[in-house]
Structures are given as C-alpha cells and as structure tokens.
Design a protein around this ligand. Structure first.
Ligand SMILES: Nc1ncnc2c1ncn2[C@@H]1O[C@H](COP(=O)(O)OP(=O)(O)O)[C@@H](O)[C@H]1O
Ligand SMILES: O=C(CO)[C@@H](O)[C@@H](O)COP(=O)(O)O
Length: 527
C-alpha cells in the first residue's frame, strides 16, 4: 500500500490530491494564485512563480490536515501544469520574469514568423503540429520575451515550461542543464522530436531571429517521458511542504494530458478535458499527422503511445465572461438550463473569444453570436455558448477521425463536466454518441497515477487506472435533440468556415474579425 500526492496547477489554482494505492482518492485541497491580466491588452496573461509555489505549500498542508495523513507517509509527488507556460531563468534557475501563461497571446507575430519560415524551409516539425506554429507556444513566447526585455538578456540562461520548472525547483536543482524536461511539454509546444535531433536546427532558429542564436544550446537537457524521474524532493522543500525529503518526483506533463489519464483514457478513447479551455486528448498506437491539430507526440500522454492534442482556447472562460457581463456567476446562470431545448434560443455562438486553437489556429478571431432578438437573455447566450463549444468540438473530432484517430468512446473529463450535466447532455446530442463522464471528481488523479507509478505500486499504467479512476456516468443522445443538432451543425460549420477558414473561403468574411481586432487595438493604442 502506498499513499502518494498528485498536484495539478490550473489557470487560477493548484489542486493537491492524496491517493492510496488500495483505497483510491483520499482527499483534495486547492489554493489559488492571481492571474495578471490587463484591461487594455487582452493578450497579456502572466503569473508569478513564487505565488504558485506558495499556493502549492498551502494546498499540500491543507490536504494533509484534511485527510489526517502524516506527510512522512507520502511516498512520491507528481505534478502537472498548464502549458505552454514559459518562464525565463538565470544561471541559478531564478526566474527573470513572471510566466507567460498558456493563455498569453502576445507572441502572435513571432508565431507567424516561425510558421512562415518553417514552410519556406520545409521544416518537418511544422507538419507535426498541424501546419501552424501557435502564438500559445514556447518558441514564440521566448522570442517575444527576448525582443521586449533587452536589459535582461545578459542574464538569460534558459527557459522552462511550468511542469519542468516546478519539478526542478522541488528537486533543488540549481543549474538549468541538470533539470529534466518533459517530452509532453517540449514535443507539443517546442517543435522537439528525437526524429530530427530534438529542437529545430540552430540555422533555422537564427534565421527566425538572430536573438535566438545559442538558445537551442541553452535549452538542452535530458528530455524524458513521465515514467522517468525528474528528481527527488529536496530537504528545504520537504520541510516547507510537510513531506519527507528524497521521495521521487516523476517528470511532469501538461494538465490535460494527465487529466485524460485520470479520466481513464485508453486506446480508442477521446477525452475532452473541459475547463477554462478545452484540451482534446487521444492516444494512437501508430503515429499519423493531422492538419490543424496542434500536436502529435510519441510518449506524451502515455509513454507507450503517441499522444494527440487539440482544443478550444476558451470554454469556461467564455461562460464566466457571459455570467460576469450579466452581473452573476456561471453556477447561478446555469440554473434552469436543463429545461432548455436544443436550438431553442435561435442563437448560434462561435467560441472564438480567445481565438481558435484547432483546426484553424487563428488567434486573431473573436467570438460571434448570431441571431439575437429583443428578448434574448444572458442565459440564452450561455446555452448557445455551450452548444457552440460542442459544435466546435465536433469539428475537431471529425478532423481527428478523418486522419486515423479512432473515436470509439468520448469521455468528458476536466472540471466543468462534474458541475454541469446540461453541457454533457448537449455534447452527447451534438455528437450523436454517448458521452462518458467520470462519476466522481478526477482532480489531480492523473498526477496521482503517475506518482503511484513512481512509487512502484503498479506494473502498468492501465493497472493503476483500473484501480484509481472512477466509474462512468453515461449521457445517451436524445433522439429529438439529435435531429435539431443535425440541422444546426451544418449552419455552424458554414459560419465557422466563412469567418475563419482562409483556404476554404478566400472571398468571404475571413478578415472581418481580424480587422475588427486591429481597429480596436489601434483605438486603444495597444501593441
Ligand atoms: N457549473 C459550471 N458550469 C460551467 N462552467 C463552470 C461551472 N463552474 C465553473 N465553471 C468554469 O470552469 C472553469 C474552471 O475549470 P476547471 O476545470 O475547474 O479548472 P482549470 O481549467 O483551470 O483546470 C472556469 O472557467 C469556470 O468559470
Ligand atoms: O494547452 C494546454 C495543455 O497543452 C492547457 O494547459 C491549457 O489549455 C490550460 O488548461 P486548463 O483549461 O487550465 O485546464
């Protein structure tokens, strides 16, 4: 029997769960940290390393107190985080700035430059991330930072994804070269693949911008899947956390990837990890590349499979914004939604409020709501937004299916499906497929499973999932709603393509949202 700890750093809080190899989840505690946003720059989103680590300490103490577990009995600690959330560091691993959080979108120009040059030079890596390098990812963010912080460049020694920085910090690592790096993080967000010797070649990076000269070298280190260790808990951190020094810390990964494992993801499953954003995660036995789908990475979700990641850049964030504008919160505004009928609002809501992550990969798009009338309410908009995220998810699932990813079971993982049954039912109706939802919370269970593997409690990940993951509640499609959604989906697709897809609709509305955004930015004097 082993008790382990798993931590999941989300956008606004960290959740720490204790898991027993026999009894499963013992308890979870969370602590929040501020997300720095700027009203005059919607692309800005940063977070402090110190605030995150303080929250980790607080949540760990709280879960120990709540469960009555003695910290000395915890046998390993595994941690996942958002990504690409990037921090530049100096030679002793001290942050030179706050994290550029995953939802920081300032690096659009940098991403476009990388994409254009990658196609011009035939860089194979670009095909592995769906053909477009995203403004949400590491190289773009780091280049943006280097361009905008000339006074700190001399101290710049390396940069880290959040999951690698946390593991290195807790392991007491003080030199960037000694820190282990995650295949999941680097593979999905940094064009890293052993097939072409890791990162893109130096000549390519320098051609993007001479500021990247030597950076490839500064990012070197051992890159590993999460069945390897990043280190062991350092004495000082063990004291702060109330845990035993020396316990193993496996190499970390992105939240959604481990959430998928915690939701029971197997070959043939697609897991929608629905939270602040949605990450759509699958595993392939063999590797096939998928246009517009932002990542195919051997070893990323499950060390023995190829992980696939796609997603929506905003989901819960959109629900939040709708509720806030109406002077309430999502929970309150959701009350009564279960009585709404499919399509009854007459609204078609495109979930581009934070751009499109998949399949268009355009951060310059904005949310659209069509069909307003004089009696439309905020609750109507919320219902239509949930339908909109379901339609967008269907576009992505179809794209994955067309390119060899089996979509045999659809699982709704992440935080929102646990609180919003209406969303699960709408997803089942829009997909015309049963949707499986874990019957109890899977918060940081994925991290707990990797911690159990590091503690040696199970021979295989599947065995650990069998023991640790909850059963499912199944949402069956409702035939009447399916009929309505089969009519609405083609409308959604038409609007999606007309406003978003430059290749499918060159003469249409694809630049309207881009121009709107440019004019607004000029008017605010931003950028
Ligand atoms: N009942 C609800 N219905 C829909 N969305 C909700 C509900 N409760 C919370 N949310 C949204 O869930 C999001 C947080 O999701 P969660 O999975 O808990 O965290 P994270 O995405 O940071 O890992 C927030 O955007 C919040 O507005
Ligand atoms: O993009 C990824 C992972 O690749 C996520 O970390 C990011 O969408 C944030 O996830 P959450 O919505 O906070 O769960």
């Amino acid at each position: 029997m082993a008790i382990v700890a798993g931590a999941d750093f989300g956008t606004l809080s960290v959740r720490v769960t204790l898991l027993d190899s026999e009894r499963g989840r013992l308890g979870t505690a969370s602590a929040s940290y501020p997300l720095n946003r700027k009203r005059d720059d919607p692309d800005f989103a940063t977070q402090s390393h110190v605030a995150q680590m303080d929250a980790l300490v607080q949540a760990t103490h709280e879960v120990l107190a709540q469960t009555g577990v003695n910290g000395a009995d915890v046998q390993s600690f595994a941690l996942d985080t958002t990504g690409s959330s990037v921090v530049p560091v100096d030679a002793s691993m001290q942050p030179l700035d706050d994290y550029y959080l995953w939802c920081d979108h300032r690096a659009l120009n940098e991403a476009q430059e990388i994409t254009a040059l990658a196609h011009e030079r035939g860089l194979e890596a670009i095909e592995w991330c769906g053909g477009v390098y995203s403004h949400e990812w590491g190289w773009a963010k780091l280049l943006h930072w280097l361009r905008h912080n000339p006074e700190k460049r001399a101290q710049f020694a390396s940069a880290f994804e959040h999951c690698d920085m946390v593991a290195a910090t807790l392991s007491g690592i003080t030199s960037p070269r000694d820190a282990k790096r995650s295949v999941c993080a680097l593979g999905h967000k940094w064009l890293w693949n052993p097939k072409w010797d890791g990162f893109p070649p130096e000549e390519f990076l320098v051609a993007v911008d001479p500021l990247l000269a030597g950076v490839r070298e500064k990012l070197q280190g051992e890159v590993l899947t999460s069945d390897h260790l990043a280190g062991h808990l350092d004495t000082a951190w063990a004291e702060k956390l109330g845990l035993k020094a020396g316990i193993p810390i496996p190499v970390g990964a992105f939240d959604a990837h481990w959430d998928a494992i915690g939701a029971g993801c197997r070959e043939g499953d697609v897991v929608n990890v629905v939270g602040t954003s949605t990450c759509i995660i699958a595993m392939q036995p063999k590797t096939t590349l998928i246009p517009g789908v932002c990542g195919v990475v051997p070893g990323s979700v499950h060390p023995q499979y190829t992980g696939v990641e796609a997603g929506l850049s905003a989901v819960g964030d959109i629900f939040d914004a709708i509720a806030k504008r109406a002077g309430t919160d999502v929970k309150t505004l959701s009350q009564g939604l279960e009585a709404f009928r499919a399509g009854q609002t007459g609204l078609l809501r495109l979930s581009w409020d934070n751009g499109d992550r998949t399949v268009l990969v355009r951060s310059d798009l904005g949310g659209i709501t069509l069909g307003w009338n004089l009696v439309s309410t905020a609750q109507d908009e919320l219902f239509a937004a949930i339908e909109g995220t379901a339609f967008h998810t269907r576009i992505i699932l179809e794209r994955m299916g067309e390119h060899g990813v089996p979509v045999e079971r659809v699982i709704n993982g992440g935080g929102i499906p646990q609180h919003n049954p209406t969303l699960n039912q709408i997803y089942a109706n829009v997909f015309n497929k049963p949707v499986l939802v874990p019957a109890s919370s899977t918060t940081s269970v994925g991290a707990g499973i990797f911690a159990q593997m590091a503690a040696g409690s199970f021979a295989t990940l599947e065995e650990a999932q069998e023991r640790m993951c909850p059963q499912y509640k199944v949402y069956e499609p409702d035939p009447d709603a399916v009929v309505i959604y089969q009519q609405l989906y083609p409308l959604y697709r038409r609007v999606y393509e007309s406003f978003g897809d430059r290749s499918a609709a060159p003469q249409s509305l694809t630049e309207v949202l881009h121009d709107l955004r440019e004019i607004a930015a000029r008017s605010r004097g931003a950028h």
